[in-house]
Design a protein. Structure first.
Length: 192
């Protein structure tokens, strides 16, 4: 763990540092993933932010390795004071929606984060909720009801994100906007 934290430390949160490189190390050595996850418990906000970034990148490629850590990731999504940690973990949850036995837990965690005070976090929560709705169309009405109020948000970015989300969720044959689905294992088109 100390080695991973060393790779992720230094500078500030305006830089991703070595998070891409750490993600590649973990992708090629998945047995090191628990050490990366443990970096979320450190005191250094930079390390935690970059660890979350690396975990998000690993989750795109190795969701089976990441999903056993879902409870720990949701705890950090809920409790970490660093917005960068929370938005990357909101993205991770979007990578894990295909695990049907975890879908309720993922949906609940994401819906709770719609109250986050960071526009970036809420933006990625909305995207991950849409991915969830595309995976499970029966969840679409509830998710749409939770997102639609953001069309009147004080934040122009959230208004735009909500409009795109609602178009994707309600227009027949619609797909998710480019860039929302970063996982190769998920389909961009709505089922059903």
């Amino acid at each position: 763990m100390a080695q991973i934290e060393n790779w992720l430390s230094g500078g500030d949160l305006r830089s991703d540092g070595a998070s891409d490189e750490v993600a590649q190390v973990i992708i090629h050595n998945p047995e090191m993933l628990p050490d990366l996850i443990a970096s979320l418990d450190g005191e250094d906000a930079v390390v935690r932010g970059r660890a979350a970034d690396s975990i998000e990148k690993v989750g795109r490629i190795l969701p089976d390795a990441v999903v056993p850590h879902l409870d720990r990731l949701i705890t950090a999504l809920t409790e970490d004071e660093v917005p960068m940690v929370r938005w990357h973990l909101a993205m991770v949850l979007g990578h894990l929606v295909m695990y049907e036995d975890r879908a309720d837990l993922i949906e609940t965690a994401l819906l709770e984060r719609l109250e986050d005070d960071s526009v970036f976090v809420v933006s990625w929560v909305i995207a991950s909720l849409c991915i969830l709705a595309f995976q499970y169309p029966d969840r679409l009405p509830g998710i749409a009801n939770a997102i639609v109020p953001f069309e009147k948000s004080e934040s122009a970015a959230l208004r735009a994100r909500a409009r795109k989300a609602m178009a994707a969720l309600t227009e027949p044959g619609a797909s998710l906007p480019p860039g929302w689905v970063k996982s190769e294992h998920l389909h961009k088109d709505r089922k059903g």
